[in-house]
Design a protein around this ligand. Structure first.
Ligand code: FES
Ligand code: FES
Length: 184
């Protein structure tokens, strides 16, 4: 076996016996700002961001679907950028600002989009909806009046198994128009 790389600062290894497991496990201390609140936790080095949010912080509005970056159910913002929570490790988010659907909803930032989704029946089971709303907000934050094609393209990484997308695009388009001051 070759030389073992040293653990980064803030990380350490627990033996299998110490944690009552079949294998030893690496843990790291991480700190981040989640929905405006400072969080410090000790996490397994291999823990994904979405598992950390859901299971350690109880923020279950972020969903887990494919776990391979395809469906968009786990979409969150890290330092303002849209990311797939299933493709990032919690330790990679050390020192960052993470915003989830709970934070966006509580702040009122997406209240108009949420109302439009409800009004236009843009959700059925709701599994994809948090990711859709974050994706839509990301698009509309860019300003301007996106075309229906642009809306579809922007959400092409967010799968909905229920609605057929028409109502989702309708809802987002209606809010794009409202925010652009073109509709009441
Ligand atoms: Fe992350 Fe599907 S669960 S993209
Ligand atoms: Fe069910 Fe989109 S509303 S997956």
């Amino acid at each position: 076996m070759g030389p073992v790389a040293p653990l980064p600062p803030g990380c350490y290894e627990e033996t299998a016996a110490a944690i009552g497991s079949a294998m030893s496990e690496r843990f790291c201390d991480v700190g981040m700002r989640v929905n405006g609140e400072d969080v410090r936790e000790r996490v397994e080095a291999r823990r994904t961001l979405v598992d950390f949010l859901r299971e350690d912080l109880g923020l279950t509005g972020t969903h887990v679907g494919c776990e391979q970056g395809v469906c968009g159910a786990c979409t969150v913002l890290v330092d303002g950028a849209v990311v797939r929570g299933c493709l990032m490790l919690a330790v990679q988010c050390d020192g960052t600002q993470v915003d989830t659907i709970e934070g966006l909803s509580d702040s009122g930032a997406i209240a108009d989009l949420q109302a439009a989704f409800q009004r236009r029946n843009a959700l059925q089971c709701g599994f994809c909806t948090p990711g859709m709303l974050i994706g839509a907000q990301d698009l509309l934050d860019g300003g301007g009046m996106p075309s229906r094609e642009t809306i579809r393209e922007h959400l092409s990484g967010n799968y909905c198994r229920c609605t057929g997308y028409q109502a989702i695009v309708d809802a987002i388009e209606s809010i794009a128009l409202t925010r652009a001051g073109k509709a009441g």
